[in-house]
Design a protein around this ligand. Structure first.
Ligand code: PLP
Length: 322
């Protein structure tokens, strides 16, 4: 992953060059993780670039902000326009989009007082998070020695910056031991989720996944997969998942904006199913990618087209920012 192709950033209402998108070291969020963010993907579709599930991501962004008492100083309409503008301005046909709203500089009391809420939107090209090969062959994962924090400690359904230290501990441990990703258990020994993905298993031709009662972020990819799996005629059960369920599953996969739909082929040396992408996972992947590419009429309303023309020319913008 590199930011090399990303030339412009949207920050506090303006499009500015990447190099100027800085923040002061007294920023509250830098010290305490007091921000909320989203991760979405813009896909190249049959009708041009479009952001997948933009409205759902913005719903979650505003909900996360509310949980943490951050008042986003832009309307939804302005945020939609800003996301489209930054993708178009960078000239991307497909990319990852990262809006972040965070407490800026003002006070470093843990109680943030009247610190401003700063808002930025980044966009950059990002290949499948667990690798293109992982999408086809499946990935090897490990059960983390780190537990997923519980909602009684911090709401897991809000996507807040500071909570990612928990994910970081888990993924660093997993990668250092040669695995692609970590799976975290919740405080009651149920499976929660990956460091950045939700978990599905396939048993007896049915799908099973857990929900927020097991300390997960309610993923938007999870929601999309729930819908398209039901449309494909699969029964989906939502319940607690035990490690034994996963180890004896015929298939398992992760869902996430970054990881998309990635099969899990092995957990700590135990092969899942045939140790390769299974037929149900493959079918779900193919409908998912048809949806993201705008090739499936049923899911076209999940795509928000990018107006391909930015408001100003690059020369006008460069002149404005000096
Ligand atoms: C901890 C965690 N769980 C699940 C997900 C999947 O969520 P989504 O499908 O909305 O990207 C993510 C990624 O955002 C995540 O960070």
């Amino acid at each position: 992953m590199t930011f090399d192709d990303s030339k412009w950033v949207w920050k506090n209402g303006e499009v500015i060059p990447w190099a100027n998108a800085t923040t002061h070291v007294s920023t509250h969020a830098l010290h305490y993780g007091s921000g909320v963010f989203e991760g979405m993907r813009c896909y190249e579709t049959t009708d041009g670039p479009a952001v997948f599930r933009l409205e759902a991501h913005l719903d979650r962004l505003y909900a996360s902000a509310e949980v943490h008492g951050l008042e986003i100083p832009y309307s939804r309409h302005e945020m939609v326009a800003a996301v489209c503008e930054i993708v178009a301005r960078n000239g991307f046909r497909s990319c990852y989009v990262r809006p972040i709203c965070y407490l800026g500089s003002g006070s470093l009391g843990v109680h943030p007082g009247n610190n401003p809420v700063d808002v930025a939107i980044l966009a950059w090209p990002w290949a499948p998070y667990l690798g293109a090969e992982g999408l086809e062959q499946g990935v090897r994962v490990t059960v983390s020695p780190w537990r997923k924090f519980q909602s009684r400690m911090m709401p897991t359904t809000a996507k807040a910056c500071g909570q990612y230290l928990n994910s970081m501990l888990a993924v660093r441990d997993a990668v250092s031991r040669g695995f692609a990703e970590a799976l975290l258990l919740d405080a009651d020994d149920n499976l929660a989720e990956g460091s950045g993905e939700n978990l599905f298993i396939v048993r007896d031709g049915q799908l099973v996944t857990n929900d927020e009662r097991h300390s997960i972020l309610l993923g938007i990819t999870r929601d999309s997969v729930l819908q398209l799996a039901r449309d494909l005629g699969y029964h989906v059960e939502i319940r607690a998942l035990q490690l034994a369920d996963l180890l004896s599953a015929s298939e398992a996969f992760f869902t996430g904006t970054a990881a998309e739909v990635t099969p899990i082929r092995e957990v700590d040396g135990t092969v899942i199913g045939q140790g390769a992408r299974g037929p149900v996972t493959e079918e779900i992947q193919s409908v998912f990618f048809a949806a993201t590419a705008g090739r499936d009429e049923r899911y076209k309303n999940w795509l928000h087209p990018i107006d391909s023309k930015p408001a100003e020319t690059e020369a006008e913008l460069l002149q404005k920012v000096g």
